[in-house]
Design a protein around this ligand. Structure first.
Ligand code: F3S
Length: 63
């Protein structure tokens, strides 16, 4: 699974960090640090994070 966080949409709600802290990390006041390739054991957490983001900033794809 691959993920992209659209930083022009992200408003720092941090639902992603709460749900998948091993993948997402708030960086300073605005930026997000994230892995582009998600380990297999984190895929379900990332799906939940993408669904939970209030502004749909997390885009996921297979591959
Ligand atoms: Fe940003 Fe959405 Fe996470 S607004 S901090 S990508 S929950």
């Amino acid at each position: 699974m691959q993920i992209v966080v659209d930083l022009t949409r992200c408003q720092g709600y941090a639902q992603c960090v709460f749900l998948a802290p091993e993948v997402f990390e708030l960086h300073g006041e605005e930026g997000l640090l994230y892995a582009t390739a998600v380990p297999d054991d984190q895929v379900e957490r990332v799906r939940q994070a993408a669904a939970a983001c209030p502004v749909q900033a997390i885009l996921t794809g297979e591959g």
